[in-house]
Design a protein around this ligand. Structure first.
Ligand code: ZN
Length: 154
């Protein structure tokens, strides 16, 4: 009699436990589904005129993202671990490493691309509007022909 009671109680407990587990599983998969549909906070991002690299938080931007310099579709690497900016890499502090996504222009290392960035940088900081116009005109020409008119170094 006592054994029967213990067994009955035991199976009730088991049923309760499994029931509980299934509810829990259901809740977890529901959460996953919601997360999947809400995965990216934004579709894309418009970059600045000299921006060939973009490092938003992990899965913030779905993409595609287009290069701010030349308009090329950027390649993306998700969940990269390291220093996000050049400055923090220079600092070398391992605690300032983090995870982020990297959008990169596939032709950003080309001479003409580097020159466009340099010319636009210079134009932006130029105090003469006439010189700025000349710099911007040359930047447009280099962008159009994809041929550098002068070798620039970074
Ligand atoms: Zn580019």
């Amino acid at each position: 009699m006592l054994a029967k009671i213990i067994i009955t109680l035991g199976s009730y407990r088991l049923a309760f436990r499994f029931g509980d587990l299934n509810t829990l599983k259901g809740k977890m998969s529901e959460k996953k589904k919601v997360k999947k549909t809400k995965k990216f906070k934004q579709k894309t991002e418009k970059l600045g005129e000299t921006q060939a690299r973009y490092t938003p938080d992990v899965d913030k931007v779905e993409g595609p993202v287009y290069c701010g310099v030349c308009g090329e579709k950027m390649t993306v690497k998700r969940n990269v671990h390291g220093w996000r900016t050049f400055m923090s890499a220079m600092g070398g502090n391992p605690n300032s490493k983090s995870n982020y996504d990297v959008f990169q222009c596939p032709v950003s290392e080309e001479d003409w691309h580097k020159q466009v960035v340099k010319l636009r940088d210079r134009a932006r900081n130029e105090s003469s509007s006439k010189l700025e116009a000349i710099l911007r005109e040359e930047a447009e020409e280099v962008l159009k022909t994809k041929v550098a008119t002068k070798k620039v170094y970074f």
